[in-house]
Design a protein around this ligand. Sequence first.
Ligand code: PMP
Length: 286
Amino acid sequence: MTRTVYVNGVYLPETEATVSIFDRGFLMADGVYEVTSVLDGKLIDFEGHAVRLQRSLDELEMQAACSKDELLEIHRELVKRNDIVEGLVYLQITRGSDGDRDFVFPSADTKPTIVLFTQNKPNLADNPAAKKGAKIISIEDIRWGRRDIKTVQLLYPSMGKMMAKKAGCDDAWLIEDGHVTEGTSNNAYFVKDGTIVTRPLSTDILHGITRKAVLRMAAEAQLKIEERLFTIDEAKEADEAFTTSASAFVMPVVEIDGVQLGDGTPGPIAKRLREIYLDESRKAAV
Ligand code: PMP
């Protein structure tokens, strides 16, 4: 099926959608993005994504392209036009193009580029990968220093996923100065003696929308949480581990660098948090 996508104010078939070759998103990765999941045809935590998008734009002194209400309307319209029951809505805003290539930002009246498209994922919630759990490797974190801004500079995360794939694994966790920062496209956690450990928020990691919701739900479920730096060796000795992201929710981790965690199946806390997260998110979806 040809998708209907949204480009700069217009809904059109994906085959007819175009962006300038001078667009700074294309030439310089000068753009930000958000991925919002869809369950039961409704958006999960749209508000959280909209707030983070605005923060990314502000940090880069980039224009918003449209208001939050307009964004919600576009998300909903794309979900409707593409019959998405379970899936994702991808949104990207770039600094646009003033018709040439230059390191200097274009003048303030240059229009940003805004693109949205949907991805149909029928098994997003009932994901077989979540029942098996993920095997991860650890690799060095060589990304830039403003990982709290959700930019489209995804080459290294993409290379990290390929390194994991070549090693027969599913994903990679990134290590900087001896401590785990996060996963290639998710936040990282381990559980030891009932306590959930994850790195605190800073410019070193993306402030995951799912992280925020899952930590709130974990606290409501009386689970102990420690936000602190941790090493990959601590995670390898853990009872269980997991990651969170808008596209995979809570994903259990069953192996780190070839070391099996627990009995090698998804841990009870990860499974419980996944259930709670899916349940609560469905109720609050818009
Ligand atoms: N960290 C990184 C590097 C990511 O790319 C993502 C997903 N975009 C996350 C964490 C998780 O963020 P969220 O829960 O908002 O999807």
